[in-house]
Design a protein around this ligand. Structure first.
Ligand code: NG1
Ligand code: ZN
Length: 544
């Protein structure tokens, strides 16, 4: 490691002149793009060190997902395609908060602590979304990687889930798939097409309208469009010609419960919104009264669980199924899966890394955040069992067929992380098989009305929560206040938590009345504003 070079280049081009502290949050470092140059340089170095430590390739993704175009961010991907290990998030924080003078000291300390061989091989797989700031930040990351003697494999403009896929492929010697974007498209498309039969469908809608949030997902979706044109017809809008995430994309549709810009308004058209780096997906449609119906991550998860509950018994294999949700899951979805389908549910804090690990405890673990970020993970033993069963000549033809179908489902899913387009293929497979249109899909349960608000406070770190973020411990008295507000609403539930990606406190409320829920959310927001040093105007409680 050439510490002198690292130090010189750091001081000359990537000096830490940042006034405010930034933290490796729910999805890595994320802030205004102009503050990130030194962060990317340092993360390039950290990715290289981590690669040397793990003796495997590490991913580095430059994206700020659903944030506005002027933000950007960086997250590291571990060798198995998962989010960076928690202990290393602390190292990332130490490295990024170090002054220019401290940088080399922190680096040396990390290298000594983990006993890292400085001359070991290192590979960092790099990708970025379509943000204009991406190329400047990529340059900084590459400098960091190269100066710490790592090899760069730059895949250019790709989706976050594609980067995760590439990391897994490269680290499994291509067993998971071919480590190219073409390999990704082919693997998922072939699995999807394999499960299409020629049966005539009465209700299924093969026409989809896809809001790509003017982001990188449009590029990936176009590639699928070509492969799948005989099965589904994907009409892409917000395809990159407009402003990224501006009045469009999964986050906008979910939070404002409204149609994105340029959406078709014809009733019962099957529409999809993905986010700026294509790891989230929401289905929606409007009815004849122009009311928008959202089929969010909870409903997608419920559809997948419904389908697996039917398919798995047909394989004759003994497979335990489970769902992981967060506090944001609609109460109706929790009730449907646990009470009607009798499938166990675990709850975790917000953030895919928590859900992912919890889901791995099940043989087949489905996890989704309500905002549409989710996937399915399969234990390795289960995948092996499925492959063995297909080859087993003693099983019945019916079982074999079901098992083959299930093995294609496994191939269609990007297990490494939530993947909007892979999730879309899975949902379409299920709807096709059940011969359901989007309205029939919607009917599996009825969402409780819900509302999210954001409150600005002086310092959101004073907010502490427990019980998978459903209970607020500090500031003192806030939870009691929330409890007393909620108790006045039928089927009421509310919680608050500091955002990991924005400088705000999030408020969530649900109850069984669409008008009252706005009031409950505003009341809780006001309580946060009052008890947690809110800044700016106090939230206004609607009259009715
Ligand atoms: P924060 O800002 O911590 O709430 C948001 C989402 C998460 C996750 C991350 C990463 C909500 C309420 N929160 O986190 O679910 O997706 O962004 O993108 O949607
Ligand atoms: Zn995203």
């Amino acid at each position: 490691m050439d510490y002198l070079l690292i130090d010189n280049i750091s001081r000359k081009y990537y000096s830490n002149s940042c006034q405010h502290k930034i933290q490796y949050g729910t999805a890595g470092f994320r802030t205004r793009a102009e503050h990130l140059n030194y962060v990317l340089y340092r993360m390039g170095i950290l990715a290289t060190i981590r690669s040397k430590f793990c003796a495997a390739a590490i991913g580095l993704m430059i994206t700020a997902s659903h944030n506005e175009e002027s933000d950007n961010g960086v997250k590291l991907v571990d060798p198995s395609g998962e989010m960076l290990e928690a202990a290393w998030e602390n190292i990332a924080n130490n490295l990024v908060s170090a002054s220019d003078d401290e940088l080399i000291h922190v680096l040396r300390e990390t290298i000594n602590h983990y006993n890292i061989k400085e001359d070991a091989e290192a590979t960092v797989i790099v990708g970025r979304d379509t943000r204009k700031s991406g190329s400047m930040l990529l340059e900084a990351a590459i400098k960091g990687i190269e100066n710490s003697k790592g090899n760069v494999r730059d895949f250019g403009i790709i989706t976050t889930p594609q980067l995760h896929y590439l990391v897994v492929c490269i680290n499994t010697n291509h067993q998971y798939g071919d480590p190219t974007i073409e390999g990704y498209i082919s693997k998922l498309s072939n699995a999807f097409l394999g499960n299409r039969n020629a049966q005539e469908k009465k209700q299924y809608q093969s026409q989809l309208y896809l809001d790509a949030a003017n982001g990188v997902g449009a590029i990936a979706a176009r590639k699928f469009t070509e492969k799948l044109e005989n099965s589904i017809n994907i009409d892409i809008f917000n395809d990159g010609s407009g402003v990224l995430n501006s009045k469009c994309g999964a986050d906008y549709v979910k939070i404002y419960q409204t149609l994105p810009l340029n959406s078709p308004t014809e009733p019962y058209f099957k529409c999809i919104s993905i986010d700026g780096d294509a790891d989230r997906i929401i289905y929606y449609y409007s009815d004849q009264f122009q009311k928008v119906h959202l089929l969010d991550g909870d409903k997608i998860a419920a559809l997948i669980i419904t389908y697996f509950k039917e398919l798995l018994p047909l394989t004759g294999l003994s497979i335990q199924l489970g769902l992981v949700q967060t506090a944001y899951a609609n109460g109706a979805s929790t009730n449907y899966v646990s009470e009607i389908l009798k499938v166990p549910i675990s709850f975790t804090s917000t953030g895919v890394k928590y859900l992912h690990h919890e889901a791995q405890k099940f043989d087949v673990g489905v996890y989704f955040e309500a905002n549409g970020h989710g996937t399915v993970v399969f234990k390795e033993e289960i995948v092996n069992m499925v492959h063995a069963a297909i080859k087993d000549e003693t099983i019945t033809e019916k079982k074999r067929k079901a098992t083959i179908k299930f093995s294609r489902i496994i191939d269609m899913i990007n297990q490494s992380v939530g993947d909007a387009l892979s999730d879309m293929l899975l949902v379409e497979t299920i709807l096709y098989e059940k011969d359901w249109n989007v309205e029939m899909f919607d009917r599996i349960y009825t969402d409780l009305p819900n509302k999210q608000l954001k409150v600005k406070v002086k310092d959101r770190s004073i907010i502490k929560t427990e019980n998978a973020e459903r209970t607020c411990l500090s500031p003192i008295g806030l939870q009691q206040k929330i409890d007393s507000l909620v108790s006045l609403y039928s089927k009421g539930r509310a919680f608050i938590r500091p955002s990991g990606t924005e400088d705000i406190v999030r408020v969530y409320a649900e109850c069984d009345d669409a008008v009252a829920v706005n009031k409950l959310a505003a009341e809780v927001a006001l309580a946060v504003h009052q008890l947690a040093d809110g800044i700016g105007p106090a939230p206004v409680i609607p009259n009715n």
